[in-house]
Design a protein around this ligand. Sequence first.
Ligand code: ATP
Length: 317
Amino acid sequence: MTAAAPGRRPGPVTVRVPAKVNVQLAVGGRRPDGFHDLANVFLAVGLYDEVTATPADTLTLTCSGPDADQVPLDASNLAARAATALAARHGLEPRVHLHIAKDIPVAGGMAGGSADAAAALLACDTLWGTHTSRDELLALCAELGSDVPFSLVGGAALGRGRGELLEPLPVGGTFHWVFAVADGGLSTPAVYKECDRLRDATGQGATTADIPDPEPSPALLAALRTGDPAALAAALDNDLQPAALSLRPSLAATLTAGTAAGALAALVSGSGPTTAFLAATPEDADRIATTLRTSGTCRTARPTTGPAPGATVVSGA
Ligand code: ATP
């Protein structure tokens, strides 16, 4: 294998990549392979990680940020796996140092690891001059994880299957959000397992034979299209929320505190434990964030907006 493709760039390349919130997460029954079909409406929001790729002798990884100590720095890191997959695709060795400047909560239900994988793919592709087509990049993303393609694309999109079959969605405005960051993370597989357990416990059953096929909500898609926050608030829905609340009962107090502070709606973000609050205006979002920060029900609260662009080269291109 060669060290790098012709046309490689000598300098560092930095890619900025957004977090996501699932404005709808409809979870089908457990399939025989253990996965669940989803109707997953993703919205990218303005909390960002940055991944910087620098030429190096071997693949190495560093991470900075408040949660850096919770990020694995070995081959299991999704950014490292992405660099290795891209290098293999082009017959190269992954001779790169990746630095992750981490601002997305870790294990927070906001797809931070997936974001870093998409960012690493784009950063390495730019650094190595490998000119991977968009379709190939999306295929590599889907192999790395079901949330990774959306991190590349950003905006808003409907994910079907395990979430990896993406259809971009039109959004008619900017939505104002607050994200309350919890102490500690929740394991996504554990939350799906709890969802199955709760469905079994209610007698409903948890398999594809018991649960209707998940479908996107027409009202929710219309609310995104028109950019109407009140309509979006009425349509927000997360089938994983009961499971996240069952595993982390303290999240109920966070949801109540944000709603009492004036949020139009509150929900658990993906598999949690981050909670998301939709606000009518930027001023409301700031007020809700300030109230949440002093409520004693979360570690911190971050106002931001969505949709946000997908992974983007911000320097070194
Ligand atoms: P999702 O919303 O996609 O289910 P999440 O936001 O809940 O994911 P992540 O932040 O992606 O969770 O982290 C899940 C686990 O993945 C972490 O506990 C960590 O061990 C592992 N991990 C691997 N690579 C990374 C990375 N680059 N950043 C954060 N965690 C990573």
